[in-house]
Design a binder for this molecule. Structure first.
Ligand SMILES: Nc1nc2c(c(=O)[nH]1)N[C@H]1C(S)=C(S)[C@@H](COP(=O)(O)OP(=O)(O)OC[C@H]3O[C@@H](n4cnc5c(=O)[nH]c(N)nc54)[C@H](O)[C@@H]3O)O[C@H]1N2
Ligand SMILES: Nc1nc2c(c(=O)[nH]1)N[C@H]1C(S)=C(S)[C@@H](COP(=O)(O)OP(=O)(O)OC[C@H]3O[C@@H](n4cnc5c(=O)[nH]c(N)nc54)[C@H](O)[C@@H]3O)O[C@H]1N2
Ligand code: SF4
Ligand SMILES: [Mo]
Length: 744
């Protein structure tokens, strides 16, 4: 007898609803798109469709592992946690708190456990050595929003379903399914813009599938978007196309800043003709509604923060920020709208070795190896990784990989023994996706409609197996050195949240007795303390039941029982006033730190446009960073780790399709199989990331047989976006050499 269960796909940011078919033993035997999900309406991609294979992967760890001199061997949960507590305690006692570092990876943003317990672990450790995949990804956007709007998480998303004009830079949602813009069936939503008479323009050094779907695609030299964006801003001012945005500071400073950055000056460096730049600006200004959207290609480059900022400057100047069809702020159901925030700041501390500023409470992953390798007070001796694979994903990953081998102690929360976790003294595996509850705490804040969905576990946990939330809670308690159960942590967080809510004017429970609220929460039908925390957030949120204030409002029980396919909370609504929290109460359109960084831009115009070869990244639909290469169905066909290069460049090198090319940079070298294609600009080569599964000591058979090469052998940890500390993966200078026919 089979049965059906519904849940959100946890793999990418698109939040698709899935319909799982399960057999008697709880194995997932089929996956389809959930047609009743109001946001995804049955859409599914090949990754979601093979979730059952991932869920039942025989290489997935079933129990904790402990490293011995020969290999990793099974350990009991108590034994594993005792070891973690003792070893972390030793490092802290000998070297101090900063000697224990944390690295939090991408899947943590797709779970309930990560957002609810990650911060508690950091707090319990009291370390300044906090690293996440954010500094290999979207940190520039946080810094931009922090300075512009006062809140690093107030990131406007393009209102895809209503816009008349989308200008998209450095994003390829036909492969990635979108990022910082959760939109199931992103391709369908793009086609709909065109179908209703709108226009989609793509700026990318590669003619991607997204570019092919668009009305217009313009090639751009990697790393030069800031020149293009500044020239667009220049044109809006020069041709008096900018509206008169209210509630902004810095308009005159901005105008002065871009005065000398006319399209004619930046044409050579960007590779885009001045007439085209002027036309782009005019079209943007003339469209009834428009949104400018930049993603990973604009963040993971040397001008990441300037790009992220100028994207929103264009949205503001064209009157499109916070209006339907423009760039809007979602209003997620679990985020209170009454919170009071402090003005945004970066650089509250600096990294020990390179003196890089703290951003959002963390340091750049590009300097993690420095901090592990460099002796002295504050040197990192122990590391906790949660859902991350920095031995592949970080810039100059080979160096970091070697550094990890030198740690005194490492514990990894991860379902796989892979390139990173093979260095761990202890591996703590979270359960299967089908055994894990789901609610997208991190991603619902970027969805193109207000929407919420809770998925309870489809399969109960086996006796004695902790949920990922329980693992992280126990890790937090172990890290604190206290003698308490993990429940104490949840109780503490619940108590302090309720007390704050009761004290906050404007909160639905203002003036209520926290103890009464606690009682109501306990009676609310949530199965675990983790669920109670989620219930609390939903009740206090903008659509919440407010502990009785709005009896028809949302609770976790209601979301779970009455809306098993998710609930549509409507199109995005203007809400800038609710979001804005700068000290001035206005949008800071020209933050001094950003203006100062524009000097670097000008410096780039002084010399000749660099003619050398540069490397960019690439994503494939059937891949997901480093960890889906163990699913047989996903490593076939087009999902291959090849070096794309322009046929003219291939001819000059004397290589044909299938030949090996040696790629060398300041940081290292690799050999990859050539794939000549005119979809890529001359002078630019592209390799996908997340490959290189040939290391000893890992346990992922399919991935090992489809190893590929790690692009981060040649990316350079010394190059960062200085304002955010973000890694530079695009526009990496490399040299190429023919390396002979492919070895089979
Ligand atoms: N299938 C799949 N989906 C994924 C992932 C995955 O690995 N595979 N990863 C997920 C994650 S973690 C993220 S962050 C998102 C990212 O989602 P996207 O931002 O859509 O990522 P990409 O598909 O890499 O698209 C980036 C584009 O930027 C272009 N580009 C490179 N350099 C430059 C430049 O200098 N300027 C401009 N204008 N463009 C440039 C590249 O050619 C590429 O087409 O995807 C998520 N979804
Ligand atoms: N050259 C280059 N490098 C890049 C990028 C690029 O475009 N080019 N992209 C960057 C980006 S955008 C990102 S986000 C980073 C990603 O960087 P990371 O987050 O460091 O790497 P991932 O490959 O996502 O590794 C995810 C890890 O989480 C584990 N995992 C999977 N599911 C779970 C779970 O449910 N719980 C836990 N605890 N663990 C789980 C996997 O086994 C794997 O070890 O890579 C960055 N690196
Ligand atoms: S698009 Fe993303 S969320 Fe949707 S099924 Fe594919 S991997 Fe899952
Ligand atoms: Mo990412």
């Amino acid at each position: 007898m089979s049965r059906t269960a519904y849940r959100t796909c946890p793999l990418c940011e698109a939040l698709c609803g899935l319909e799982l078919t399960l057999d008697d033993g709880g194995a997932v035997t089929g996956v389809r798109g959930d047609r009743s999900d109001p946001l995804s309406k049955g859409f599914i991609c090949p990754k979601g469709a093979t979730l059952g294979r991932l869920d039942g992967d025989p290489d997935r760890l079933a129990e904790p592992l402990r490293r011995t001199p020969d290999a990793h061997v099974p350990a009991g949960w108590d034994e594993a946690f005792d070891l973690v507590k003792a070893e972390i305690g030793k490092v802290v006692a000998r070297y101090g708190k900063d000697a224990v570092a944390v690295y939090i990876g991408n899947p943590t943003a797709h779970s309930i456990a990560g957002p609810l317990y990650g911060a508690a672990i950091i707090k319990a450790l009291g370390t300044r050595n906090v690293y996440t995949a954010s500094t290999a990804d979207q940190m520039p956007k946080h810094v931009s929003s922090g300075f512009l709007f006062g809140d690093p998480f107030a990131i406007p998303v393009p209102d895809l379903d209503r816009t008349d004009h989308l200008l998209m830079l450095g994003a390829n949602p036909l492969e990635s399914n979108g990022s910082l813009c959760s939109a199931p069936d992103f391709p369908g939503r793009l086609k709909a813009i065109r179908a209703r008479g709108g226009k989609v323009t793509v700026i990318d050094p590669r003619r991607t599938r997204t570019a092919a779907l668009a009305d217009e695609h313009l090639f751009i030299r990697p790393g030069t978007d800031a020149y293009l964006l500044a020239a667009l801003v220049h044109t809006l001012f020069a041709e008096e196309l900018a509206g008169s945005p209210g509630n902004v500071n810095g308009l005159d400073d901005l105008r002065a800043l871009v005065r000398d950055l006319a399209p004619e000056r930046v044409a050579a460096v960007t590779g885009i003709e001045a007439a085209d730049i002027r036309r782009l600006a005019r079209e943007l200004a003339a469209a009834p509604t428009a949104a400018v959207y930049g993603r990973i290609g604009t963040c993971t480059q040397a001008f990441g923060t300037l790009n992220s900022w100028l994207v929103d400057v264009l949205n503001v100047l064209t009157g499109n920020l916070d209006r339907p069809g423009g760039a809007m702020f979602p209003r997620p159901a679990h985020m209170p709208v009454y919170r009071t925030k402090r003005p945004y700041q970066t650089g509250r501390w600096h990294s020990r070795v390179r003196g890089l500023p703290e951003v959002n409470g963390e340091l750049p992953v590009a300097t993690l190896a420095d901090e592990i390798e460099t002796p002295g007070e504050g040197q990192i001796r122990a590391l906790i990784t949660i859902g991350g694979n920095p031995a592949l994903s970080a810039p100059n990953a080979a160096r970091l990989d070697a550094a990890l081998a030198g740690l005194d102690f490492m514990v990894s929360v991860d379902p796989y023994l892979n390139e990173t976790t093979r260095h761990a003294t202890v591996v703590l595996p979270p359960p299967r996706p089908a055994q894990t509850p789901h609610y997208d705490l991190a991603l619902l804040g970027f969805a193109v409609r207000d929407y919420a969905r809770y998925s309870p576990p489809a399969v109960p946990l086996p006796e004695g197996r902790p949920s990922e939330a329980a693992i992280l809670a126990r890790l937090a308690v172990a890290a604190s050195g206290l003698d308490a159960g993990p429940e104490a942590l949840d109780e503490m967080i619940i108590a302090s949240t309720l007390a704050k809510a009761a004290a906050a004017p404007g909160s639905p429970v203002h003036g209520r007795e926290p103890a009464d609220l606690r009682k109501l929460l306990a009676e609310g039908g949530a199965a675990t303390l983790t669920e109670q925390r989620l219930d609390m957030m939903l009740r206090l949120g903008p659509y919440g039941e407010g502990f009785g204030a709005d009896p028809a409002g949302l609770t976790l029980a209601r979301l779970r029982d009455e809306h098993p396919h998710g609930v549509d909370l409507g199109a995005l609504k203007p809400r800038l006033a609710e979001v804005l929290c700068t000290a001035s109460g206005r949008i800071e359109l020209c933050p001094p730190a950003f203006a100062a960084d524009a000097d670097r831009l000008r410096a780039g115009l002084a010399g000749p446009a660099a003619p050398g070869t540069v490397l960019i990244g690439r994503r494939h639909l059937r891949s997901n960073n480093s960890w889906l290469h163990n699913v047989p169905e996903l490593v076939r066909g087009s999902n291959t780790c090849t070096l794309q290069l322009n046929p003219a460049d291939a001819a000059a090198l004397g290589v044909a399709a299938g030949d090996l090319v040696r790629v060398t940079s300041r940081a290292g070298a690799l050999e990859a199989v050539a794939e000549p294609t005119d979809a890529i600009m001359p002078g630019v080569v592209s390799l996908p990331h997340g490959w290189g599964h040939d290391r000893p000591g890992t346990r992922a058979g399919v991935a090992r047989r489809n190893a590929g090469v790690n692009v981060n052998a040649v990316t350079d940890e010394r190059e960062i976006d200085p304002l955010s500390g973000n890694a530079v993966f695009n526009g990496v200078p490399v040299t190429l050499e023919a390396a002979g026919p492919a070895r089979v």
